[in-house]
Design a protein around this ligand. Structure first.
Ligand SMILES: Nc1ncnc2c1ncn2[C@@H]1O[C@H](COP(=O)(O)OP(=O)(O)O)[C@@H](O)[C@H]1O
Ligand SMILES: [Mg+2]
Length: 310
């Protein structure tokens, strides 16, 4: 499958010399949700601004469905919807007026049915005649999403869609995003919430100091990270793993003085209890036990720390 977004060797140096993106290459597939995870200042907004044609490129290229964002700007832009990080709405305009105006700016004919279904999907239809200034922050964010969808884009960029949003509203936003994916929209979102990436992304890319330091299928990542270890320190080293433990993923460490049992922390039923029982039945004396799990959080923190020290 040909990717819908192709970013090649993209570098951005701001006028003051700051290198905000450093040789970024990423391909994004049609229909996926990709989360760009990174701390403040990592370069997330810069990357999105370049893809949407709002910021100039220093070197490298970005293609959207085969259109170069610089050479074929209008064509590339017509396929993209952007929900910016900052709330940028006209306070005295109504919800419906805001969304209609945005569609008009893309040179598209009015389409009442499309606008109505977009507003309904975002639970904004009942508020269509309300002025923006009367809405809560969370509702304004939904208006921004409706505005970004007004011209029926194939790709939607959401820059920190749930920053500073309460938990319920965050869940609502996730539902909306998953729903859009079901309708075939490709979604790129930035976030500094690990939980958000875990919850909705198909793939996760971690960006730090302008570099992509990890990009992987979320399920693979979770599988890798979902493993827990039970570390069992023994009173006396053993020379071989008892027959009765062969069915478990148990390994020796430290010359037989430690047994390490790996199990899937995501499974409701695990066999920690059975392993300990077997050891007791085998008269293998236990000195100490510990469990250990590396989380996405750990990986993220260590990747970001490495990035800083280099
Ligand atoms: N117009 C600009 N001029 C100079 N530096 C900028 C400009 N915009 C952003 N930066 C810097 O580029 C880095 C990345 O910023 P940004 O892309 O906004 O990060 P993020 O969205 O991940 O928080 C930051 O260090 C920021 O200060
Ligand atoms: Mg940002």
């Amino acid at each position: 499958m040909k990717p819908i977004i192709e970013i090649q060797a993209l570098t951005k140096q701001y006028a003051d010399g700051y290198l905000a993106l450093d040789d970024v290459s990423v391909q994004i597939n049609a229909g996926e949700i990709i989360a760009l995870l990174g701390p403040n200042g990592a370069g997330k907004t810069t990357l999105i601004s370049i893809i949407c044609g709002l910021t100039t490129i220093t070197s490298g290229s970005v293609g959207i469905a085969g259109f170069d964002v610089v050479r074929d700007y209008r064509k590339a832009r017509s396929i993209i919807g952007l929900v910016p990080q900052e709330l940028t709405l006209e306070p005295f305009e109504t919800v419906l007026g805001t969304v209609n105006l945005s569609r008009g700016l893309f040179g598209k004919k009015q389409d009442k049915a499309h606008i109505e279904s977009t507003l309904r999907q975002l639970s904004l239809w009942d508020r269509r005649n309300t002025q923006i200034r009367e809405l809560s922050g969370g509702t304004k964010r939904r208006v921004l999403i409706a505005k970004a969808l007004s011209h029926d884009p194939k790709i939607l960029f959401l820059d920190e869609p749930t920053a500073g949003v309460d938990v319920d509203m965050r869940r609502d936003t996730w539902t909306v995003i998953k729903d859009l994916k079901r309708r075939g929209v490709t979604i790129v979102l930035t976030t500094h919430y690990i939980e958000e990436a875990e919850e909705i992304a198909d793939r996760v890319a971690v960006i730090n100091s302008g570099k992509i330091i990890l990009i992987e299928e979320k399920n693979e990542l979770m599988k890798r990270l979902g493993t827990k270890q039970l570390r069992i320190e023994l009173e006396r080293p053993i020379s071989e793993i008892p027959e009765s433990l062969r069915g478990f993923d148990v390994q020796f460490e430290n010359g037989g003085a430690r047994l390490v049992y790996r199990y899937d922390a995501n499974r409701k039923q695990n066999d920690v209890h059975s392993v300990l029982e077997i050891l007791t039945a085998e008269h293998i004396a236990i000195k100490d036990v510990q469990t250990y799990q590396s989380s996405l959080e750990d990986i993220f923190v260590s990747l970001v720390a490495e990035g800083r020290s280099s």
